[in-house]
Design a protein around this ligand. Structure first.
Ligand code: MD3
Ligand code: FE
Length: 217
């Protein structure tokens, strides 16, 4: 079992790490909002529970998923889609929490994307062993809008590839409180998440949450 560093996260450096021309990791940018964000996730999952979705290829995703905002992303044997209703409950997805909206807009503005107006947020929940194979986020029609991601809980190694699946991928650690922004020329790069190592976060426990805010159209 991996032991997490004992340094105080609240004093960890807030630095901007450029990954590409228009892709950045803002280290610790969400730390002050972490408690409020975790509470918001709890409220979202009470209305729209996490579930392990089927892919068109017939696999069950190791990452559990839910959504908030006007539109939610789902996958099943028939394909991927954004819908206004949660197919599991038949009800609208939970509203986008205010704290998440404000955080995403300020991270976007800080990195050259003023007036980001997300209308969808995927919430991914990872357990040790969960992973995301290399893919592109191309179910949105608004490729001019960036995507903003917020990581909470145990750390993961993010794979940042190129425009072809076979391009070499950089390995970038994403930790509790990190925010990533990618848009423009980097919007369609292949990316993924390596299988998570066993770990326990002092606040979140043995999970990682990743929230990705998008503009669908
Ligand atoms: C993509 N989520 O939900 S977000 C997804 O950590 C997804 O759960 C991952 O991929 C996760 O579709 C990764 C972080 C991220 C950061 C920079 C990127 C994704 C990126 C730059 C280009 C493309
Ligand atoms: Fe993605």
């Amino acid at each position: 079992m991996m032991t997490l560093p004992l340094f105080d996260e609240s004093t960890a450096a807030r630095t901007v790490v450029p990954l590409g021309e228009q892709a950045f990791v803002l280290r610790g940018f969400a730390l002050d909002d972490a408690r409020a964000l975790l509470d918001a996730i709890t409220r979202v999952e009470q209305r729209s529970p996490f579930r392990h979705m089927q892919t068109p290829g017939g696999f069950t995703m190791s990452v559990a998923l839910t959504n908030c905002g006007r539109f939610g992303w789902t996958t099943d044997r028939h394909g991927y889609q954004y819908t206004e209703l949660d197919p599991l409950t038949g009800a609208a997805w939970p509203a986008m929490p205010e704290v998440l909206w404000r955080l995403a807009r300020s991270a976007a503005a800080e990195t050259g994307f003023p007036d980001f107006t997300p209308d969808a947020c995927l919430v991914n929940r990872y357990a040790p062993g969960s992973r995301l194979t290399l893919h592109q986020d191309k179910n949105e029609r608004a490729f001019d809008a960036p995507i903003i991601s917020v990581s909470l809980g145990i750390p993961a190694t993010f794979l940042f590839g190129g425009h072809k699946r076979t391009d070499p991928a950089a390995r970038i650690p994403l930790r509790h409180g990190d925010v990533a922004v990618w848009g423009g020329v980097d919007r369609l790069r292949f990316h993924g998440v390596q299988p998570l190592d066993e770990a326990v976060h002092p606040v979140v426990g043995a999970h990682r949450f990743n929230l990705t805010l998008r503009r669908t159209g």
